[in-house]
Write a protein that binds this ligand. Structure first.
Ligand SMILES: *[C@@H]1O[C@H](CO)[C@@H](O)[C@H](O)[C@H]1NC(C)=O
Ligand SMILES: *[C@@H]1O[C@H](CO)[C@@H](O)[C@H](O)[C@H]1NC(C)=O
Ligand SMILES: *[C@@H]1O[C@H](CO)[C@@H](O)[C@H](O)[C@H]1NC(C)=O
Length: 374
């Protein structure tokens, strides 16, 4: 489970940054021909644009709501997102609106970053592309990136943002977008669709980082850590959560009423902000996800899939999806020395990612002394 998102001050900065970028994008969009062919050189992309993969099958017929669920007692009094979850939880076949660049997994990938992002989180994706999620080779091991998105539930917003995502897909080839509403209770659906895509299209990757777009991931450290592991053995590590169960308080973001599950305990799972897993384990999750009914909290659902396969999640001390404990009052919570040995920390603002990535890359980073970022 994740904690509340942005604070007010952070939100202000984020919005200011965001509106400038969006204005710029709109300027570009409206300056182009009606077919939306973008002038490639203006976006400064270094690689030639790959053509989109041809659709391999006709779009699925829209999934019908299961109205028989609505006859259950208690259904009518549930919040709208719970009712939507119940009505559509049997739906798993959605059109892929944007596919990854066809060569994404053409050569063996050592670490594939599968980052859940909301359609409108353009700034976050841009910063990640320039920082820890930059596609590169680390000591000869290939790192590749994908953003997993759905569609904006508001139709007007969706029209606009779908154009943005089409553009990002053309320029970067790193968008997987499916035609379902990108809401909190549909994150499990997003996860399951990614497992399907991975099994069909990227089965040759060794390891995966599955996480959110508001984390800071030290991907160089992750690769060092993963080099000591066998992709054909079980690995599922993150911020381990156990001995918890459904929250029955309707005001909570994580509210799961009895109409969804009567169970009072969740299996152990890793916080969804970010966790690492092997090729072996992702195949097991894919199998289990085809058997189990969807559960609205995505990270708990993966815990259920592991349990179904007789596998356990494990804790990694370098993964902090609930914030980081700063060891001394003399160190700022933003000191790169706090982060240089960590793998992943939750909730960073876009500009903080940039500063932190830059600071960690400084050859002269000396820790042990008090260091400052200028
Ligand atoms: C619809 O819901 C009922 C329970 O209310 C269930 O028995 C049935 O299998 C569901 N149908 C589908 C297509 O999931
Ligand atoms: C999940 O997406 C489907 C398809 O867009 C939608 O009908 C449903 O309401 C969504 N569920 C939730 C909980 O938002
Ligand atoms: C990953 O697992 C699949 C089977 O699910 C196997 O075909 C493939 O060779 C494995 N890849 C690596 C890099 O271990």
């Amino acid at each position: 489970m994740r904690c509340s998102r942005l604070k007010k001050t952070e939100m202000g900065l984020f919005l200011a940054l965001g509106s400038v970028t969006i204005l710029f994008l709109f300027f570009i969009l409206h300056m182009t021909t009606p077919t939306c062919q973008l002038p490639k050189e203006r976006l400064g992309t270094p690689t030639p644009l790959a053509p989109q993969a041809a659709p391999t099958r006709p779009p699925p017929v829209p999934c019908q709501a299961n109205d028989s669920i609505a006859t259950q007692p208690d259904f009518a009094e549930q919040p709208e997102h719970v009712r939507n979850f119940l009505l559509y939880k049997h739906c798993r076949d959605f059109q892929l609106l944007q596919d990854a660049r066809p060569d994404k997994c053409a050569q063996p990938v050592f670490l594939l970053l599968a980052i859940k992002s909301s359609p409108s989180n353009y700034e976050r994706r841009e910063l990640l592309r320039r920082t820890w999620a930059r596609e590169r080779a680390v000591r000869g091991l290939r790192l590749r990136r994908l953003f997993l998105v759905g569609t904006a539930p508001n139709p007007l917003e969706a029209l606009k943002v779908n154009r943005l995502l089409a553009m990002e897909a053309r320029v970067h080839g790193d968008i997987l977008q499916w035609d379902f509403h990108d809401t909190f209770f549909n994150l499990t659906l997003k996860q399951v669709l990614f497992l399907q895509w991975q099994a069909a299209r990227c089965a040759q990757a060794s390891f995966f980082l599955n996480g959110d777009d508001d984390v800071f991931a030290h991907t160089d450290n992750m690769i060092s850590y993963l080099q000591g592991h066998d992709p054909n053995h079980h690995l599922f590590v993150g911020h381990l959560i156990y001995n918890v169960g459904p929250i029955r308080e309707p005001w909570s973001k994580y509210y799961v009423p009895k109409i969804v599950t009567l169970k009072e305990a969740y299996p152990a799972y890793c916080g969804g902000g970010g966790f690492l897993l092997s090729n072996f384990t992702i195949a097991a999750l894919y199998r289990a996800s085809g058997i189990l009914e969807l559960f609205p909290i995505d990270d708990v659902f993966l815990g259920m899939c592991l349990e179904q396969e007789g596998l356990q999640p494990a804790s990694h001390s370098g993964i902090h999806t609930a914030g980081v404990h700063v060891p001394s009052a003399r160190l700022s919570s933003f000191d790169p020395c706090v982060y240089r040995n960590l793998l992943l920390v939750h909730r960073f603002l876009p500009y903080e990612m940039l500063l932190m990535w830059d600071a960690l890359k400084q050859p002269g980073l000396t820790c042990g002394k008090l260091t400052r970022i200028n």
